[in-house]
Design a protein around this ligand. Structure first.
Ligand SMILES: Nc1nc2c(ncn2[C@@H]2O[C@H](COP(=O)(O)OP(=O)(O)OP(=O)(O)O)[C@@H](O)[C@H]2O)c(=O)[nH]1
Ligand SMILES: [Mg+2]
Length: 195
């Protein structure tokens, strides 16, 4: 498998820092520790492009990466980390929604959900928001290497049922950054995206 060219562009802690460029943007969202940075690294097949952390909730900015001069990936700050205070939650909300609302190049939001757990209320609220605001999104079930095939299938069914009335959900994709499960399908989806 070929690695992809990928370059860190910048980290944005507020709206004034969002980058301007000519590529379609893909945003990676989900709770802290769900595996956003690992997913990003697994797509480009580089271990350390996006910083992987065992301490959740560290990244409080949106990190932008130019990939293959084809896409810009936005690694969003994670949510739901228990020790994050009210002030941080408010900052997180503002940064995320300002980005979703103002990015003209945003073409797909990848909503990551840990395949081992039920989705959190924040996951569901975000999905509802994407649907209401007509934002194309894709649900990626992470860390599937930790589950048996039957458990993966039932988690996939659960999520498919949750979104069965959504017009903007592309699909629910089982994924593992470790085994590569789902990578080819995901790249297939990315390749069809244009501005
Ligand atoms: N087994 C397994 N572990 C994974 C997988 N993806 C991520 N992890 C582990 O989950 C932990 C968190 O991964 P990250 O990629 O840093 O998660 P994140 O969503 O970027 O976290 P924040 O940036 O803190 O929001 C790390 O210890 C990873 O090694 C996967 O597909 N399989
Ligand atoms: Mg991360």
């Amino acid at each position: 498998m070929l690695t992809m060219n990928a370059e860190f562009m910048l980290g944005a802690a507020d709206k004034s820092q969002f980058p301007h460029h000519k590529y379609p943007e893909i945003a990676f969202t989900g709770r802290s520790n769900v595996g956003k940075s690992s997913l990003l690294n697994s797509i480009v097949l580089r271990k350390n492009l996006a910083h992987i952390s065992s301490t959740p909730g560290k990244t409080q900015q949106i990190n932008f990466f130019n990939v293959e001069e084809k896409w810009v990936f936005a690694d969003m700050p994670g949510f739901g980390y228990a020790s994050t205070g009210k002030e941080n939650r408010e900052k997180w909300r503002k940064l995320n929604f300002e980005y979703f609302e103002s990015s003209e190049n945003l073409r797909l939001i990848i909503a990551l959900i840990d395949s081992r757990h039920d989705p959190m209320s924040t996951d569901l609220a975000l999905i509802e928001w994407y649907e209401d605001h007509k934002k194309d999104f894709l649900i990626v079930l992470t860390k599937c290497d930790k589950l048996k095939p039957t458990a993966i299938a039932s988690r996939q069914k659960q999520l498919e049922h949750l979104v069965h009335k959504c017009s903007f959900c592309r699909e629910v994709l089982p994924y593992s950054s470790m085994s590569g499960l789902g990578r080819n399908q995901l790249i297939g989806i990315l390749k069809k995206i244009s501005l």
